[in-house]
Write a protein that binds this ligand. Structure first.
Ligand SMILES: Cc1cc2nc3c(=O)[nH]c(=O)nc-3n(C[C@H](O)[C@H](O)[C@H](O)COP(=O)(O)O)c2cc1C
Length: 201
């Protein structure tokens, strides 16, 4: 085994360290989060620290970096209380990745990266038209994590939209059939294949 101790990690260049630590915790559920500011400006950004918090009520959380680093999505969510999550497939990886660039708050990132907004009457936030799995969330809570200035943003699931019905008869969504990708580190994206499905242990 190769041992990498805490002080070695602390001595690394910050981008090298960020890539290493980010990879360590595993493949991520990468999505595009769509929001709209109170002044009506749409915003789109890629997020990968997404976590299932419970199924009843259906709650999904994500980690937002400190506001100085990633200000727009969290501010729009605080202002409007709604946001959308949109899965990414191989055809839109470049555009999705580009949303991580720092754009001014008055720039519409959909237009900037070449993705299309899709609006639904019952949701004030934009969906990504190209996305095959889309869902809307209502803000439930924003929990600050004082240790590093990040935030756990918790949403209650509203409506879900699938490009086609591939849900199996147990309720399982075989994401690989929609070609939903996963990410690792800060700039690597992967397709997935099912290795094994087991009965309840
Ligand atoms: C693959 C990938 C995953 C990312 N995941 C997150 C994340 O989980 N949380 C976060 O705050 N930023 C994440 N980012 C960075 C944001 O996309 C970036 O800070 C973006 O500009 C935030 O935009 P906003 O100011 O519109 O919210 C990620 C970037 C990439 C490339």
């Amino acid at each position: 085994m190769i041992e990498i101790n805490k002080s070695t990690i602390a001595s690394w260049d910050r981008f090298y360290r960020a890539n290493f630590i980010n990879s360590l915790s595993g493949f991520k559920s990468v999505c595009l989060i769509g929001t709209k500011s109170k002044d009506g400006i749409p915003n789109l950004a890629i997020f990968s620290n997404i976590v299932h918090l419970g199924a009843d009520p259906a709650m999904i959380g994500f980690i937002n970096r400190p506001k100085a680093a990633a200000p727009d999505t969290i501010r729009n969510i605080e202002e409007t209380g709604v946001y959308t999550m949109n899965h990414i497939h191989p055809g839109i990886i470049e555009q999705a990745h580009q949303t991580s660039a720092k754009y001014d708050a008055n720039i519409n990132e959909f237009e900037e990266v070449g993705l299309h907004m899709f609006w639904r009457d019952n949701c004030k936030a934009p969906f990504v038209q190209e996305s095959r799995i889309q869902y809307a969330l209502q803000l439930a809570d924003i929990i600050p994590i004082p240790h590093n200035g990040t935030f756990l943003v918790i949403g209650q699931l509203q409506d879900v939209y699938l490009s086609e019905n591939l849900v199996d008869d147990t309720g399982f969504i075989p994401l690989e059939k929609y070609e939903s990708i996963t990410s690792l580190g800060l700039n690597s994206y992967y397709g997935t294949t099912l290795l094994k499905q087991l009965p309840r242990a």
